[in-house]
Design a protein around this ligand. Structure first.
Ligand SMILES: Nc1ncnc2c1ncn2[C@@H]1O[C@H](COP(=O)(O)OP(=O)(O)O)[C@@H](O)[C@H]1O
Ligand SMILES: [Mg+2]
Length: 106
């Protein structure tokens, strides 16, 4: 799941850009916030990004491993662990992913 998200960030962030991964551990949640300084998303409904085979701009990348399955698989993986994943544009630009997992006893 993280491999796909970070690989996307590397792919979409230009040279000299930045990719950050913050981890926050709260009482019963672990939160990963991953953002980059790439172009972010043009889509208004960001939930679309997690649909099977969805790709925002097919001209932006081509070749191997760009089938639009990565975020779909990441979303399924997170769901199977009882967590949630959202995508948004950061105010300062770039993509921002937030992944929340429940931890510890219920
Ligand atoms: N970090 C990112 N910055 C900008 N766009 C992104 C980023 N990550 C994903 N996307 C967009 O979401 C689409 C779906 O991502 P993904 O499911 O991993 O497919 P793929 O990487 O095979 O294109 C990508 O085609 C791209 O348009
Ligand atoms: Mg991908």
């Amino acid at each position: 799941m993280l491999d796909n998200i970070i690989t996307n960030c590397i792919r979409y962030t230009p040279d000299r850009g930045e990719i950050a991964w913050n981890t926050v551990i709260d009482h019963n949640e672990v939160i990963f916030e991953i953002h980059d300084t790439g172009p972010g998303f043009t889509l208004s409904n960001k939930e679309q990004l997690f649909k099977k085979f969805y790709r925002e701009d097919t001209s932006r990348t081509s070749g191997h491993g760009n089938l639009g399955l990565g975020l779909y698989i990441a979303h399924s993986t997170v769901k199977n662990h009882g967590g949630s994943i959202t995508a948004d544009n950061k105010e300062t630009g770039g993509a921002l992913f937030k992944i929340v997992f429940p931890v510890g006893k219920k």
